[in-house]
Every structure is written in C-alpha cells, then in structure tokens.
Design a protein around this ligand. Structure first.
Ligand code: GLC
Length: 398
C-alpha cells in the first residue's frame, strides 16, 4: 500500500469549501461537517505534504471562535443537511461544547515542517484566547484542572469513563447513551452554557486525556510565544503547564496510573481505559513509572493488549464491548497519542507495535473509523480520516 498516495486521495475526496473556508470532513457519509480535534489531526497530516491546506484547515476552524475564546467542537457550515442535533445553540451552526485542545500542537507542526513566522504570528492571538478560555472558564476553584461539561468534549463520546456521572450502567446501549448526553446539552442550555454553573449542577469531569493533551499543548504554546517574542504569553503558557502537571499528580494519580474524577469532591472514575496511557504524551510519568505502566498494562493481554492494537477499554471491565464505539474498539487517535508518548520515553518496540498494527488494519480494512481488537474487523464510518495519522508515525528511528 502506498500510504502517502492513499492519504492524499482521501484528503482530496473529503475536502470541502464553504463561504470561502477550506476544511476536511472526517467522513463524507457519516460526519459531513467540520470537527475540532479532527481538523487538528488533519492539519498535522497535511503539514507533511500540503502545508497551505493545513493552514486553511485551522483558519476555517478558528473562523467560528467565540468572543470568549471557545472553539466549538463542530461547525455545520449550514450544509443544508438534516442535522441529528444542534448541540446547543440552535440559533447558530456550531456546537456549544469544545474538544481536546490540539490546536497549538497542530499550528507548530505546520511551522516546524514549513517554517512560516507570519502564519504563527497570525494564528497566535486566537490560540492564546482559546487556552485562556479553558483556564479561566473551566477551573472555577483555581485547582488547575480543567473540567469538561459533556463526555463529547473528550472526543470519546460514550466511553464508560463517564458512566458514573451520567448515572448509566455498564451495559447501557449506544442509543440510550446518546440520548442521555443530549439531555445534558438541554440541561446546559437551561444554565445558559455558563460552565461554572452548569458544571456544579450537572456534569463536571476532570478528564485525564483532556488535561494531558492540554499540558502538552501549553508547552508547545510557550515555544510558539517564545519564538515570536511574546513574553507574557510565554509566561502564561509555561506557568499553567507546570500548575496543571502538579495538580494532575495531586488529584488524579493513584496506584501507579492516572484516573479521571468528577464533581466537587474528586470522586474517582475507576474504569480502566486507554486514559492510563494518555499522560505519556505529556511526560507525566517518571521513566520508572512509565516502565511499570508498559509492563503491567500496555503489554497485558488480559486487559489492553490485543493482536490488532490497544483496546480503548480494558477487557476486564464489565463495560467492555469489542464492537461498540468507544467502549473497547481500537481507534487511530489513541494509537497516535500513545505512539508519540512511547517514542518520547524511548519505548521503541511498543511504538513500533502500534505503527505496525495501524498498517495492518489499514491494509485489511481501508480507512474505517474503529476496529474490533479481537478480529481486526473495521467498523463504523468509511473514508474516515483518522487512519491518515499513520503517516505521522513513520519516524526513521522506530
Ligand atoms: C465521533 C468521535 C469524535 C469525532 C467525531 C468526528 O463523534 O467520537 O471524537 O470528533 O466523531 O470524527
């Protein structure tokens, strides 16, 4: 398989231009709109062969940034299609929630591969506004942990990590879960999307992957600010990067791994998911802890390690389902985050396992959305872009 050729073809197939903005839809059949973290992934991949389109993708996403800095998780671009749900502000064609904060990383990758200081200077104020929004609006007690107001903000919509705060059982159906999350949006509409108020009344999760992704991105933001000579921004990013790192250790670390938690009193969400591995991406484990994590969890066939990759939920969990969306299957984005983390720690063999797993899954199924870890069968959307992240996993030293 000529991966780059297939990736280029998929991006052309999924490219859309609306109101003068160019972006990529994750899957023409299933996800015909623009999604936030997907667009960051697209920009990272496009930076390998088409940096100008990568820049357009981010500016298209940021064109709908709100005055308070929030970047919506979805932009419908008024495509005239029947939308399954408005996700909040019925008056507009954007979602009321956000998604994992990969923007700074994506912007820096574009500049790293095709240096363009003017591009960074142009995008920087919007990046800063977004990270300030998260820190100012989603951490009402100044504990330095960012809260998400809906499971969909994690990008792992029906992950069993979020069952407890939603009062759902491990065997909840996909549809029931979906309706429950939309009820949450209705509740948030009642509290006028005021995150502090809504979180205290409904759903307030300090999620591990979201905060780990934020920590890494704040570090990147501080590089960008330093490169551009913006001292105040550099200080803001560096300081918050450290504060969130320390807070994650204080509130979310137990028994050698990180667990998400919810509500005022940090009730632990003790469901074993790939979230244990996400902190590798942000360098939150010591080398010794990381080694233990790899030996005890990453390589453990009874829990996470399957022949086709890493399960998103441990096989031991009562909620584990090999074919059900975020309740067990393999997904390419978690593979990418784990790959980056493992590589940074020097776990080459494990990083290579993920890369080879991706190549096998792509070869057998094409660009599908998620995969049965036990059989390798492709499931969900077709012509789905996340498999293209594999192009960003071909480092020579792995
Ligand atoms: C699904 C995924 C979410 C993604 C969206 C578009 O809802 O769970 O993470 O952003 O599809 O691909």
């Amino acid at each position: 398989m000529d991966l780059e050729k297939e990736v280029r073809a998929l991006y052309l197939n999924n490219r859309r231009i609306k109101n003068g903005y160019q972006f990529t839809v994750p899957s023409p059949g299933t996800y015909p709109y623009q999604w936030m973290w997907d667009s960051c992934f697209h920009a990272i991949v496009l930076s390998h062969f088409d940096p100008e389109s990568a820049k357009k993708e981010l500016f298209s996403l940021l064109s709908r940034q709100l005055p308070d800095g929030m970047v919506p998780h979805v932009i419908f671009w008024k495509q005239g299609l029947i939308r399954p749900y408005e996700w909040g502000w019925g008056k507009d064609d954007i979602g009321s929630i956000t998604q994992p904060p990969m923007l700074a990383y994506a912007a820096w990758e574009i500049h790293r591969r095709a240096p363009d200081g003017a591009f960074l200077e142009k995008i920087y104020p919007q990046l800063l506004a977004f990270y300030k929004f998260l820190i100012e609006k989603r951490d009402p007690r100044d504990h330095h942990l960012i809260g998400i107001v809906n499971p969909d903000e994690s990008g792992e919509d029906n992950s069993p990590r979020f069952d407890a705060p939603l009062n759902l059982k491990p065997d909840v159906s996909f549809v029931h879960h979906y309706l429950r999350r939309h009820k949450l949006v209705d509740q948030n509409r009642k509290c006028n999307f005021d995150a502090e108020l809504c979180m205290s009344q409904t759903f307030w999760v300090k999620d591990v992957p979201f905060n780990a992704i934020l920590i890494h991105n704040l570090q990147v933001l501080s590089h960008i600010a330093s490169f551009l000579g913006h001292k105040a921004g550099e200080h803001f990013a560096e300081q918050n990067h450290q504060l969130i790192k320390t807070a994650m250790r204080e509130y979310l670390f137990k028994d050698g791994v990180y667990w998400s938690s919810y509500d005022y009193d940090y009730k632990p969400l003790q469901v074993a998911t790939w979230a244990h591995f996400a902190p590798l991406f942000a360098g939150l484990y010591t080398q010794e802890e990381a080694q233990k994590l790899v030996d005890t969890h990453f390589k453990n066939e009874e829990t996470f390690h399957a022949s086709y990759g890493i399960r998103t939920v441990s096989k031991q969990e009562p909620s584990y389902r090999s074919t059900e969306f975020w309740r067990g299957p393999i997904w390419f984005a978690p593979h990418w985050f784990m790959y980056k983390g493992l590589r940074a720690y020097g776990f080459k063999e494990e990083a290579r396992f993920l890369r080879n797993a991706n190549l096998t899954l792509l070869k057998q199924n094409g660009f599908r959305e998620y995969f049965n870890p036990e059989t390798g069968k492709g499931l969900g959307a077709k012509d789905f872009t996340w498999g293209t992240l594999t192009l960003d996993m071909l480092d020579d030293d792995i």
